[in-house]
Design a protein around this ligand. Structure first.
Ligand code: PEP
Ligand code: MN
Length: 343
């Protein structure tokens, strides 16, 4: 169930509804919007009698939710969610760019790439300290040492750090260092990890599982939000298909699909989505044209020597071009009427 408050409802009215929900033994999730606040309810095993709320001051209506997800839905929150990472906004007017190496390799490599990224005006830096690798014999990341290198990069450049949290055991550690917690494709349905990360209040970038449907993707975000963390950024990174010219098939049609159903921002990762650097710029441009809220790309100063994902890493010059291209395309798309296009 979701409770829609009247436009003129006061903070006290919202607090009273939340109190009643808590007294019933459920969890209230107030979501303020531009024109009205709605309150989602979770923790209820079945339908709730709407008469509990009908006479409370400020309540416009109590609506039964028929979709399997509640808090991610545009039914609950009509306005786009803007996720804030310091002074950087994802889902607002700006096109967000996250860039950096696949993995933190050495302090020098990480710092050099960070300087390349920062020089373009990009504010969000990625790099894995804990790496999910297909083979147990491949480089698994430097763990805590990698996080320390990322913290040094932040201190030196001001870049915000996006890094993957691989499991619940290392969640406390990664939370201490990261500005944005990345949940990788392989973990999109690791429900205990989703719950654990839902208990933080740090922004989360949730990557789409490699065979996840739209509904599964949204429900994974719902796990995080149900724990009270509403700062979720969705990330399309390609799905597995029969196509063998590409590492994954980048499914850009999920961008308007997510925007239609959900208020959460969605970004696109054309690096893992294609696996080859010559495809990254065209698909990043396409992501901006499709109306994505941003992109995440891998960049390396010496891709031929990269410890992971070298073939998809952009060279510094390519990255500079990409930043200019996607920003120009985003301007054109932003001038078009997005709400009319998606709703
Ligand atoms: C990554 O972004 O470093 C990564 C491992 O991506 P994915 O989880 O999408 O494979
Ligand atoms: Mn990678």
């Amino acid at each position: 169930m979701l409770i829609v408050m009247k436009q003129e409802a006061t903070e006290n009215d919202v607090a009273r509804v939340c109190e009643v929900i808590t007294e019933l033994g459920f969890v209230p999730h107030p979501m303020p919007g531009e024109s009205r606040t709605a309150i989602g309810i979770t923790g209820n095993p079945g339908a709730i009698d709407p008469t509990h709320f009908a006479d409370l001051p400020g309540v416009a209506e109590a609506i039964r939710v028929t979709k399997p997800y509640k808090l991610v839905s545009r039914d609950l929150k009509h306005d786009d969610t803007i996720v804030r990472v310091g002074d950087v906004e994802i889902g607002g007017d700006e096109f967000a760019i996250i860039a950096g190496p696949c993995a933190v390799e050495t302090p020098e490599q990480t710092m050099e790439i960070a300087e390349i990224v920062a020089a373009t005006g990009v504010k969000l830096f990625r790099g894995g300290a804990f790496k999910p690798r297909t083979s147990p014999y491949s480089f698994q990341g430097h763990g805590k040492r990698g996080l320390e290198i990322l913290a040094d990069v932040r201190a030196a450049t001001g870049l915000k750090i996006v890094t993957e949290v691989l499991d619940t055991e290392t969640a406390d550690l990664v939370e201490e260092y990261a500005d944005v917690l990345q949940i990788g494709a392989r973990n999109m349905q690791n429900f205990s990890l989703l719950r654990r990360i839902g208990q933080t209040r740090k922004p989360v970038m949730l990557k789409r599982g490699m065979s996840a449907t739209l509904e599964e993707f949204l429900l994974a975000a719902e796990y995080i939000m149900a724990e009270g963390n509403y700062n979720v950024i969705m990330c399309e990174r390609g799905v597995r298909t029969f196509a063998d010219h590409t590492r994954n098939t980048l499914d850009l049609s999920i961008v308007p699909a997510v925007q239609h159903r959900s208020h959460l921002p969605i970004i696109v990762d054309p690096s893992h989505g294609t696996g080859k650097r010559h495809k990254v710029i065209p698909m990043a441009r396409a992501a901006a044209a499709a109306g994505a809220d941003g992109i995440m790309v891998e960049v390396h100063n010496h891709p031929e020597k990269a410890w992971s994902d070298g073939p998809q890493a952009l060279l510094p010059e390519m990255f500079k071009q990409l930043v200019a291209d996607v920003q120009a395309i985003h301007k054109v798309v932003a001038a078009a009427s997005r709400p009319l296009a998606i709703l």
